[in-house]
Design a protein around this ligand. Structure first.
Ligand code: 13P
Length: 257
């Protein structure tokens, strides 16, 4: 609900130079587009430079990080703290992406700590959930998504949820595979997530949370996905790496919503 949110998750792609060139071009291409919130999530190394470029151009594009640690500071070699992201100018942080869960062992308990830390620093978490192929095929999609949503959002208040939380439904089998969930399948799970949020936080907060879909989102399937009542945005991987396709996704999102 509210303004739809289209976020580009660049994953481990783009040097600082490539990232800055990308957003300077993107800012020109999307200038004047209204009714959609645009976010880019570059790798850590490019965040500060991209933030500067977006500010210089008055681009109206928000900045997000792809991960963070939950402590404020300390002897945690290789980690990045919430306040560091905030200082750079990040508004969003992706948490619990399936690649973090799959390759780096992130559990719902870890994601939950990060969600609380992000909110404490006024960063808006984009909390990712989604089932693997074998889980879908064995009929366990709802059980998996319920566990992830309830675990990742444990101990959150309705007020915190309503203040801008984003949940991204990203079925693992649809990520980077070209195999998008059908709009009807995505809507079904997003609606299920809305129901979970309603149970946790009540109706008003559940409606205020924006629930994205992610997994092989492309210009050609954006409008249909965005037309679904419980799909409030998209988290875009591969197609967010090219200015042409990301621009078209943003434009089609406005048409479809
Ligand atoms: P793709 O759009 O490349 O499938 O990636 C989706 C994703 O993981 C976004 O976080």
């Amino acid at each position: 609900m509210g303004t739809p949110i289209i976020a580009g998750n660049w994953k481990m792609f783009k040097t600082v130079g490539e990232a800055v060139n990308f957003v300077s071009e993107l800012a020109v291409r999307v200038a004047g587009i209204k009714g959609v919130e645009m976010v880019v999530c570059p790798p850590f190394t490019a965040l500060a430079a991209v933030a500067g470029q977006l500010r210089d151009q008055g681009a109206g594009i928000a900045l997000g990080a792809q991960n963070m640690y939950w402590e404020d500071e300390g002897a945690y070699t290789g980690e990045v703290a919430p306040g560091m992201l905030k200082e750079i100018g990040c508004r969003y942080v992706i948490l619990g992406h399936s690649e973090r869960r799959q390759y780096f062992g992130e559990t719902d308990a870890v994601v939950n700590k990060k969600v609380h830390a992000a909110l404490a620093h006024e960063l808006i978490p984009i909390v990712c959930v989604g089932e693997r192929l074998e889980e879908r095929e064995s009929g366990n999609t709802e059980e998996v998504v319920r566990r992830q949503v309830e675990g990742s959002l444990a101990e959150l208040t309705a007020r915190q949820a309503a203040a801008g939380l984003v949940v991204a439904y990203e079925p693992v089998w649809a990520i980077g595979t070209g195999r998008t969930a059908s709009a009807a399948d995505a809507q079904q799970v997003n609606k299920f997530i809305r129901g979970l949020l309603r149970n946790l936080f009540g109706e008003a907060a559940a409606q205020a949370v924006r629930i994205q879909y992610g997994g092989s989102v492309k210009p050609g399937n954006t409008a249909e996905l965005m037309a679904q009542p419980d799909i409030d945005g998209a988290l875009v991987g591969g197609a967010s790496l090219e200015v042409d396709s990301f621009t078209d996704i943003i434009k089609n999102a406005v048409v479809g919503y």
